[in-house]
Design a protein. Structure first.
Length: 379
């Protein structure tokens, strides 16, 4: 009888153990699934941040804010080497500590981490201690994880997580943090191209208009506020004739006058740039092609009826500049009147598609069009 009771109890205990193991596995599976869902949400938030109409710096800050919110991180700092110096690109730490935070590559404990491309975890044991890299501060961080960042095996900076609690990261799943780190790298890799475009944007000498590169950075942010826009490219088809038959100075004035007239007659949320040479682009943000036809016809008629000539004052100024530069060119006496001729081509652009492909298509049309074609074509 007693043996039977013992056997029953043993079976019950074994059953409970098996049940607890099963429950533990289910809980762990749920946690893993929940973590994967969180990671997916973070990745989605990252992608949304990249697509927002903001500068590179604003995007990186937004990404850091997402990390802090989604993973309940106390302190998160992203530091990037810009080719000349280390810069804190995003941090929720008080800026008075940034000098120390952007010099961590010089701290011995982190040098090995950078060289081996592996994370480094540091912590203290008591509230009275401080982390070795903290020179002036005592109470802010008591544990930290340092992640070196690489793009295509090239070291570009680091991401550091900090907590005000000793040993706070002892049981953190580093595989999850590695996934987050890779997401940060992916974002930095994406926005570095935008940063390059932002840095090479320039203004044209004659017109004061932005160059083509502006369209792919700040210009695209304006255009992409709308689902559908119309992209117009036009070419001054007789500019070479004016330069050769009359004088280059008159050709320059033709370009300036046309640029000025259009700039003064388009809305502020339209983007107008000098694309290349005699080609210009107007992006009619939020307007469909049938909504720009009348406007372009009017613009074309006004410009082509615009006699452009060098004034005596302009010729004197140009001649004075030639003299001051010590050049031997003959004096400018160009008295001819230039009548510009334009060829327009327009196309629809949809937000999220390749703007560069639309522009390539428009440019190809203008380059292949008959040299005397002067029209408005929708392709």
């Amino acid at each position: 009888m007693i043996i039977a009771v013992v056997v029953i109890l043993v079976l019950i205990v074994l059953g409970l153990v098996a049940y607890n193991v099963t429950i533990h596995k289910k809980i762990q599976k749920f946690k893993n699934m929940n973590q994967k869902i969180t990671n997916l949400y973070v990745v989605q938030d990252f992608m949304n941040a990249i697509g927002e109409t903001s500068t590179v710096e604003q995007k990186i800050k937004k990404i850091n804010d997402i990390l802090i919110e989604r993973y309940e991180i106390k302190y998160s700092t992203i530091v990037v080497f810009d080719g000349a110096e280390y810069q804190v690109k995003a941090s929720n730490v008080d800026s008075k500590h940034w000098t120390a935070l952007k010099a961590l590559q010089n701290v011995d404990m982190f040098k090995d981490s950078i060289e081996s491309a592996t994370p480094k975890y540091v912590t203290v044991n008591t509230e009275e201690e401080r982390l070795p890299y903290q020179k002036m501060e005592f109470g802010r961080a008591k544990s930290a994880i340092f992640f070196p960042l690489y793009i295509d095996n090239v070291y570009i900076g680091y991401w550091i997580l900090e907590s005000g609690t000793p040993h706070d990261f002892d049981n953190v799943d580093t595989t999850v943090l590695e996934v987050i780190k890779e997401n940060i790298v992916s974002v930095l890799k994406t926005v570095v191209h935008q940063k390059t475009l932002e840095s090479i944007v320039r203004k044209d000498l004659f017109t004061g208009l932005y160059s083509e590169e502006y369209l792919y950075g700040e210009g695209k942010k304006i255009i992409d506020q709308y689902t559908i826009s119309t992209i117009c490219m036009f070419k001054i088809i007789n500019i070479q004739e004016i330069n050769k038959k009359y004088c280059r100075e008159l050709g320059n004035k033709v370009i300036k006058q046309i640029s000025k007239y259009i700039s003064e007659n388009i809305a502020n949320d339209y983007v107008f740039v000098r694309y290349m040479g005699p080609k210009f682009v107007i992006a009619f943000s939020g307007v469909e092609t049938n909504g720009v036809a009348d406007f372009l016809n009017e613009i074309k008629e006004k410009i082509e009826a615009m006699p452009i000539v060098l004034t005596e004052e302009e010729k004197q100024t140009l001649n004075l500049e030639v003299t001051q530069l010590g050049k031997s060119e003959k004096k400018i006496s160009c008295k001819e009147i230039a009548m510009p001729k334009l060829n327009f081509v327009i196309s629809t652009y949809y937000k999220g598609t390749g703007l560069e492909e639309v522009l390539k298509k428009l440019e190809q049309y203008l380059d292949q069009a008959d040299s005397k074609e002067s029209d408005i074509t929708n392709i």
